[in-house]
Design a protein around this ligand. Structure first.
Ligand code: HEC
Length: 146
């Protein structure tokens, strides 16, 4: 059922002549700037090679989780762009509190340190490291929108 709906959705776009995944926020970003911003702001926790902290699925003594990898072994690519952006800008605590999720987050917010453009560049850099197959799966989580 779901796949039929998806098929119709995609077919409708193909017929309308619009680009299949228009307005994709991560397209046309500055990947080299994103790489530098990642090294300066994210690598200390998420790893120089996006590998995350060891045993990232096991909570620490204080109840927080270690930083997950941003490479294809993590779950970053499972999330749509808006979620990744908001989580980075607001930080985990504010993001989850706003949704009524009770969780102690160790992910800081970057609204004070990074511009919106900086954040998109970092996320575009992260995506650029994924194999094509994973990038395609991520695109499917970002349906066309304005
Ligand atoms: C002080 C350590 C720390 C720093 C620095 C940090 N993070 Fe995180 N991040 C975490 C932790 C820990 C989590 C796991 C979830 C939580 O605790 O909220 C996380 C989760 C995330 C998530 C949601 C989970 C996922 O895989 O999609 C995103 C997106 C994210 N971080 C992006 C970034 C980006 C981009 C930067 C740099 C601009 C960054 N983080 C810097 C600790 C950090």
């Amino acid at each position: 059922m779901k796949s039929t709906a998806n098929f119709l959705f995609i077919a409708a776009f193909a017929l309308s002549g619009a680009p299949l995944f228009a307005a994709h926020e991560l397209d046309g970003r500055d990947i080299s700037a994103g790489r530098v911003l990642y090294a300066d702001n994210c690598a200390s926790c998420h790893g120089d090679n996006l590998e995350g902290e060891p045993n990232w699925r096991t909570p620490k003594d204080d109840g927080t989780l270690p930083a997950p990898p941003h490479d294809q072994t993590g779950h970053t690519w499972h999330h749509d762009n808006a979620m990744l952006f908001d989580y980075t800008r607001l930080g985990g605590q504010a993001f989850l509190d706003a949704r009524g999720v009770r969780f102690k987050s160790a992910m800081p917010g970057f609204a004070e340190m990074l511009s919106d453009e900086d954040i998109w560049n970092v996320l575009a850099f992260i995506r650029s490291t994924w194999p094509e197959r994973v990038q395609e799966m991520h695109v499917m989580r970002n349906p066309p929108h304005n």
